[in-house]
Design a protein around this ligand. Sequence first.
Ligand code: IMP
Length: 457
Amino acid sequence: MTVTIVGSQLGDEGKGGVVDLYGDAADVVVRYQGGDNAGHTVVEGGETYKLSLVPSGAVRGKIGVLGNGCVINPRTLFEEIDSLRERGLDPDIRVAERAHVILPFHRVLDSIEEDVKSEDDQEVGTTGRGIGPTYEDKAGRRGVRIGDLLEPDVLRERLEYVVPQKRALVEDVYGLDPDDLEYPNAFDVDALHEEFSEYGRRLESMAVNAGQFLTEARADGKNVMLEGAQGTLLDIDHGNYPYVTSSNPTAGGACVGSGLAPGVVGDGEVIGIVKAYLSRVGSGPMPTELGGVVGDTPGYDEQGEGEHEELATYIREAGDEYGTVTGRPRRVGWLDMPMLRHAARASGFTGLAVNHVDTLAGLEEVKVGHTYTLDGEECRTVPATTEQWERCEATFRTFDGWPEQDWGAVAEAGYEALDENARVYLEYISDELDTPIYAIGIGPGREQSIVLDEPEY
Ligand code: IMP
């Protein structure tokens, strides 16, 4: 069986740590969507690794596969591989020949479009990594794939088709000069060909037919873990469009984006990663939001605005809620149960890992958005349109807070050593989602976890 790791909220739930925690039994760890927009932090042996493209399992000596559903910026890939090598690791990375390549003009177009949208306050708040424009070209059948980089003639053909279109877009639609933008040579076929065919040479030994590679690995008895990036509400289909990324972090994406059959992924475990509260980078509704980084918190005005801010700042600092990729302060809110119900349905979680339980320690009380009220009606899950979601007001449940504990000792002693109030909170989550909790994160390191169960391979 396979084990698939899916973010149940808005990304940054601590997926990398869970992949690392359960990584021992895995031989191969696969990323199935996204690109270098994903930031994952892995703490191993006192060392902190901040990665954006390399699968986090690679830190533990697993084979890391970037599946066909990923979009790959070779510059980032090789920077990360080289920096891991400098730190004494020798990551074994395979890259799907069918994965699409992020070219420099994709980044340029990402930032131009965000600028244009921001004139009407419509920006998505992307990471600026060119993710959306690359998936657009994939769907538009004008993309460049990893396999094309290995064949210089094919690469030239692809570039000669697509680059003039992008030049025209920049000049005629946006009224800008493509040769006078922040990225030198982003729209120059010869320069792109030279740089990217060189990446092709380096990629030759790493490129694989991902579905076939993974199927053979499984036939050889190897355990495969599939690692989603971002989270359910950033899914292009199941998230809050248009404030989403351009791929499918939900479990369905794991088959399409890896080449393993739906029956294979569906037969395995799907672990939903939950942060004990909520954070968000970028725009979009957040009915349980605390504080006013962006917008107000509907339905939660029994406290003064100042108190919200203070609480949000407290949690942001305690949880180090700053973007791994961009450094942006994240918006912070209480746990949102309608969101988790939506995520559990979309991906079919067989187990949960709840992280950052230590971050909330010391608060007198902890709230959860239990349901929403939408136009006077109770709503138990996320509505399908963002406009409806914006109108949702959270109805909160209040839990008694739990104290700071010696988390190392708790991790060692196990679940019963966790303060009772924290256990009540966790059991509420598990009951609402009708899903067992497999692991509880009480600190950033792998050893700061309470493991209740192991997923089965
Ligand atoms: P993009 O993926 O860069 O196009 O950004 C689209 C949306 O997804 C924005 O709201 C980003 O902030 C968000 N996003 C992308 N990657 C991550 C991530 O790894 N964690 C959290 N949010 C992300």
